[in-house]
Structure formats: structure tokens, C-alpha cells
Design a binder for this molecule. Structure first.
Ligand SMILES: [Zn+2]
Length: 237
């Protein structure tokens, strides 16, 4: 397993990539990775995440108490909530990707199962309600969703993606934003419909077959794509 120094370098590289891709600007976003059993390396509060150095990062315990470095991210409570509820998750990425956020601000769901490979790779996309950023409302509002999804959209705020490592959490962010772009373009051409429930079930079974973790094995219990989209808008769940 990668040590603390390697983890710091990987976080710096990932944040730079997030900035280059336009997923964060200025002081946006935060990234953390679990190191060993009970330590977390996290981005610092306030800094421009696209221009970090490994020494800028903060080492904390699993409750977010800093052990080395300055102040951890102002959204540290969100990361602490994830690690408490999902012990197998080792990386958490929060960003403000513009296409995903445009859907959120417009009150439109991105949770429909539209693209087979996204259903396969991402599983359920959870739409969490509004919470004032940096307050204790944020961990409260994500709590129920974190247990069931690796990809969350925080209303009017951004994305929260989880992974068994940092690459997986980053890939989920990238897939979410790419899906938002494709959905945007498709809607410009006309109404779009989600995949049939039977096909979603088959894709989840395929994903399970290669060991991908699934919150829901099929559409049952998933509330985001139960209605067929006809007019280009769907109320967010
Ligand atoms: Zn944010």
C-alpha cells in the first residue's frame, strides 16, 4: 500500500488534473485519501487546489483532527462522514463540475439510467438535497446517500465521488461530468428516455459479475429513473 508521501503526491497530481479539466476553480473542491487504518491525508482549507505542493496537505485522524500541517478542508466533516459510514472507501473527491452543476441549478435530474456504460461503471447517482456549504448540514444531508452510492450530486453545490482508491473516485467525477455533457447535447436534439428497467438490471448483474460494488442490484429501490422522461425535464429526487 502507498505511504503518506506517495499519497500526498498523488493528491497534488489529481487536484491539478481537476483544475486543468475545469472541475474546480480558485479555492473550490477538496480531496482526501485514507492512509493505513486510521489516518487521512486531505487538502488544506482555502488554498487553490490546482497549485498545491505535497507539503501543503494536512494529515488528520479519522475524526478530522489535524495531526500534521495546517487547517484541513472546510468540508472535512463531509469526508469524516463518508469514512465512518463506508469503511471500504479509501478516497473522497469533491468538485464543482460546471455541466453537472448546471443540471442541479436548473432543477433537473442527472440520475436517469441513460447510458449503458455509465450504469455499468457508476451505478446509482444519488441526488442529495441542499445544505449550506461547510456547515454540519452537509454531512447530515449526505449521510443516507453515502451508504448507497459512490456518486452524489449535492444540490447547487457540486459532486461527491467515492472510491476504493483515488483513481476510482476521480474517474467517477470524470464520468459524471461527461454524462452531464452528453445529456445536455442529447436534450438539445430532442426528448430523451432512460434505458428500460430490464436492461438496467442486466447491466447491474454484469457489473456484479466482475466484482463492482452495487448499492442497488436493479431499479427496485432506486427512485431516480422510475418515470419515463418525455419532455426533457424530470423532477430531481
Ligand atoms: Zn464545494
Amino acid at each position: 500500500m502507498q505511504g503518506e508521501l506517495g499519497t500526498r503526491e498523488e493528491i497534488v497530481r489529481t487536484c491539478a488534473r481537476m483544475y486543468e479539466r475545469g472541475y474546480i476553480v480558485a479555492g473550490d473542491g477538496n480531496v482526501s485519501v485514507r492512509v493505513g487504518r486510521d489516518r487521512v491525508v486531505v487538502t488544506p482549507a482555502g488554498a487553490h487546489k490546482g497549485m498545491l505542493r505535497p507539503a501543503d496537505l494536512v494529515l488528520t485522524d479519522l475524526r478530522g483532527v489535524p495531526l500534521r500541517g495546517g487547517s484541513p478542508s472546510s468540508e472535512m466533516r463531509m469526508h469524516v462522514e463518508v469514512y465512518a459510514r463506508r469503511p471500504e472507501v479509501r478516497a473522497v473527491v469533491h468538485a464543482h463540475p460546471p455541466h453537472v452543476l448546471a443540471f442541479s441549478v436548473a432543477g433537473q435530474s442527472l440520475g436517469q439510467c441513460i447510458l449503458p456504460e455509465v450504469v455499468f461503471a457508476l451505478g446509482r447517482v444519488a441526488q442529495a438535497g441542499y445544505a449550506t456549504p461547510t456547515t454540519s448540514e452537509v454531512p447530515r444531508i449526505i449521510a443516507e446517500h453515502v451508504a448507497r452510492s459512490n456518486a452524489l450530486i449535492l444540490d447547487r453545490h457540486g459532486t461527491l465521488t467515492l472510491g476504493e482508491d483515488l483513481a476510482a473516485a476521480f474517474n467517477r467525477l470524470e464520468t459524471l461530468e461527461h454524462t452531464a455533457k452528453i445529456t445536455w447535447l442529447a436534450r438539445a436534439l430532442g426528448p430523451i428516455a432512460p434505458l428500460p428497467a430490464e436492461e438496467v438490471k442486466r447491466l447491474h448483474a454484469l457489473a456484479e459479475g466482475i466484482g463492482l460494488q452495487r448499492a442497488y442490484p436493479d431499479c427496485a429501490g432506486c427512485d431516480v429513473c422510475s418515470g419515463t422522461e418525455t419532455g426533457g425535464t424530470t423532477p430531481s429526487g
